[in-house]
Design a protein around this ligand. Structure first.
Ligand code: B4P
Length: 191
């Protein structure tokens, strides 16, 4: 079973690469960003609360994410070849909660794939996406805040998995296809 985490700064291509990984390795895709945006679109209570954090570039509270994800991970790991977690865990507390959950399910994380992209390239990708995405967080002020939150809170998750020997750093610069072939080479060593 392949249970992969894809991690990286906002705009590093987690969502883009996850779609390709899911197709090639027939995994189930769990994106916390997508799950939250679905709630925002429905204008549910959870979505309204989540939007108040996301529009300012902050992470939503851990409890909200864990409530959404716990059942989803349980469901998606049943009768599947594995899962790809896109955008989760976003801080060390979420990584610890994920480890506890996986242990309870008698499953384990195979590898964390960390996409590394230059600062200016991240900004230009997100501003470009903002021209058409309609997302409340794809504007210059919020992007700056998201990058700061990433460096302070999410980057330490890499060390958490590096210490477990479950970490692969990937050059996230280049074409989508070039990056995907680097990722595939790592995943193929884990099958
Ligand atoms: P996410 O939805 O996870 O998204 P992201 O970081 O903005 O983007 P991603 O890296 O997936 O980039 P993409 O492939 O789209 O998070 C949004 C917000 O939700 C967070 O800020 C946070 O508030 C909240 N949230 C989510 N998970 C949470 C959690 N676990 N805990 C707390 N809060 C949470 O690529 C970006 C753009 O670049 C696209 O337009 C794409 O087409 C383009 N692109 C991709 N690869 C490219 C390449 N190689 N070259 C050129 N362009 C490329």
């Amino acid at each position: 079973m392949l249970n992969i985490i894809i991690c990286g700064a906002p705009g590093s291509g987690k969502g883009t690469q996850s779609d390709l990984i899911v197709e090639k390795y027939t995994l189930k895709h769990l994106s916390t960003g997508d799950l939250l945006r679905e709630e925002i679109a429905k204008k549910s209570d959870l979505g309204v609360e989540a939007e108040s954090y996301i529009s300012k570039g902050n992470l939503v509270p851990d409890k909200m994410i864990l409530d959404i994800l716990s059942n989803a991970i349980d469901e998606q790991t049943k009768n599947s070849k594995g899962i790809i977690l896109d955008g989760f865990p976003r801080n060390v507390a979420q990584a610890e909660a994920l480890e506890a959950l996986m242990m309870k399910l008698n499953k384990e994380i195979t590898i964390l794939i960390d996409l590394n992209v230059d600062h200016q390239e991240l900004i230009s990708r997100l501003l470009k996406r903002g021209e058409t995405s309609g997302r409340c967080d794809d504007n210059m002020e919020t992007i700056r805040k998201r990058l700061e939150v990433y460096h302070n809170k999410t980057a330490p998750v890499s060390d958490f998995y590096r210490n477990k020997n479950k970490y692969a750093s990937i050059d996230g610069m280049g074409t989508v296809e070039e990056i995907f072939s680097r990722i595939s080479a790592v995943i193929d060593t884990k099958r």
